[in-house]
Write a protein of this length. Structure first.
Length: 520
């Protein structure tokens, strides 16, 4: 008898989502995780002091809110396994050193009034942007949580109508192009251009313009979900679902090889030599750069294309701090999920990504900050607070230094930049923890070279071509019953619950009616 019907390699949230669906379908699921902890990029840990619970990677859950996994609560994560969210009125806010702020509300009328302080014309343009984002959202949403349509068919479909051709054009524009068309005030332009930066790309990159519509559509319809207890609450609910249906999760279990008989995947070998067998399938969070080394049966052309996938130049650097009390912004009493500490000018923002492209530090850090204890005080002791700050840096330190030795210095640079906007920083900081791109890579092989999206997101690595045309449908050619899951697959990095699409493909091959999978 096999050790499991389904073996999942990696306990990131995508692997857990796929495993949970198949466990509910009646399969014996075994999840193997290389770390001591579970959750991958969706994890909450005491990184600084006891009682201070930090989201090491993702801190709010945006795009998963439109996934039937949560929207229809298909697995009962909310009604049965304890997952709860709060949805603050202001998901995102830009803050400038001169004290001006620009919030994005869930209510577009409120956002328009905030923009009107800068430009009446821009306020009206924003309302049209909001209207179009809402109109396109159902089509965008429909394509995010199931296997992607072939690229050619998608383009042909859009070319059949004026509306489709307008969408296609928007998909080719850069965010900068789009902002120039829509808005006149530099701060309004920069505010929306910063959204592209959160996708780890420059606003000048072509094919990023559609992101403004997708981001705004989700923000207004669903909000930014702040998981009560921390980001890891989602992973914990998925684990409870898997275990409730007879599955199991093991930590400290590093997979070094996927084994096969003929052209069919049959099991795995762990670093300690343990061999485990899977009767039905294996689902792996196997980064395309590592896939050929872990799966000897991958055909040569598939391996070649997987290894040449591109990783973004904008690696992530994060600082997590335990605070003696809440942050006090110089701009006043602010409340948002995500604060963007904006550079002096739109040009500085744009040139920052050029710096990264040339392997240099951004001349003025592009710092984002979350203080989720504003919305979920359960994450720290009474009267205290936490913050999560992030910036972008090259994977290789520009001065040739070892990141393990240099990360404290860069963390202080981020903290100093925060002090330009927040009057009680650094004094309020009790302790902090910093993660460099090298640390990101260590926490998960999906975050190779500090890319939290697994690989970059240009059109040639998107949709059915993510990560490559051969691997874009989650199956591995030449290795039957091996499926892929992770941020390097469609729809990309972030908390999408994308393992649902992998589960759909595996269920089809296993003769399971996916639409009948649900928790009573």
């Amino acid at each position: 008898m096999s050790d499991a019907d389904i073996i999942i390699i990696g306990a990131g949230h995508n692997g857990l989502v796929a495993g949970a669906y198949l466990a509910v379908a009646g399969k014996r699921v075994l999840v193997l995780e290389r770390n001591e902890w579970f959750g991958g990029g969706v994890v909450t840990r005491e990184l600084t002091r006891p009682g201070f619970h930090h989201d090491q990677h993702s801190m709010s859950h945006i795009f998963i809110q439109g996934n039937p996994l949560l929207l229809a609560d298909e697995l009962g994560l909310k009604r049965k396994y304890g997952l709860q969210y709060v949805f603050p009125d202001v998901p995102m806010m830009s803050v400038w050193e001169d004290g001006t702020t620009l919030p994005l509300h869930r209510d577009p009328a409120k956002s328009a009034e905030a923009i009107r302080r800068f430009s009446a014309r821009d306020a009206d343009a924003f309302l049209e942007l909001s209207r179009q984002a809402a109109a396109w959202l159902p089509m965008v949403q429909a394509g995010l949580y199931s296997p992607p349509m072939p690229q050619g068919a998608q383009a042909a479909m859009m070319d059949q109508s004026p509306e489709g051709r307008e969408l296609w054009r928007t998909m080719q524009l850069s965010t900068f192009d789009l902002m120039e068309e829509l808005f006149e005030h530099e701060k309004v332009q920069a505010h929306f251009a910063r959204v592209a930066g959160e996708n780890l790309v420059s606003p000048d990159e072509k094919s990023t313009g559609i992101g403004a519509y997708v981001f705004l559509g989700f923000l207004e319809k669903f909000g930014f979900g702040v998981p009560v207890g921390g980001s890891g609450s989602l992973s914990a609910a998925l684990i409870r679902c898997i275990e409730d249906h007879g599955g199991s999760i093991r930590n400290n279990a590093q997979v070094r090889e996927v084994t096969s008989q003929g052209e069919r995947a049959t099991g795995v070998v762990l670093d300690d030599g343990t061999r485990l067998t899977a009767g039905d399938a294996i689902i792996g969070a196997l980064h395309p750069h590592l896939l050929p080394d872990l799966v000897p049966g991958v055909p040569a052309h598939v391996a070649k294309n997987a290894k040449r996938t591109h990783i973004t130049d904008a690696a992530c650097f994060t600082v997590h701090a335990a605070l003696d009390g809440p942050l006090r912004f110089k701009a006043g009493d602010l409340s948002a999920v995500m604060y963007e500490l904006m550079p002096d000018s739109y040009e500085v923002l744009r040139r920052g990504f050029d710096d990264l492209r040339y392997g240099e530090f951004v001349r003025q850090p592009l710092v984002g900050v979350g203080q989720l204890t504003q919305h979920d005080p359960s994450r720290c002791p009474d009267g205290k607070a936490i913050f999560h700050a992030w910036d972008y840096v090259p994977y290789n330190h520009p001065e040739g230094r070892n990141w393990d030795e240099a990360k404290g210095d860069y963390a202080q640079r981020i903290i100093a930049r925060m002090g330009d906007f927040i009057e009680n920083v650094p004094d309020v900081i009790l302790d902090f923890h910093a993660d460099s791109p090298v640390d990101m890579e260590r926490t998960s092989p999906s975050f190779l070279r500090g890319d939290l999206h697994g690989i970059a997101t240009p059109p040639y690595q998107s949709g059915a071509h993510r990560p490559t045309p051969e691997l874009g449908q989650y199956r591995v050619p030449g290795v039957d019953r091996l499926y892929l899951v992770g941020p390097f697959q469609h729809p990309g990095g972030g908390v999408f619950g994308a393992g649902r699409a992998t589960a759909m493909v595996a269920a089809e091959d296993l003769g399971i009616e996916f639409d009948r999978i649900a928790v009573a």
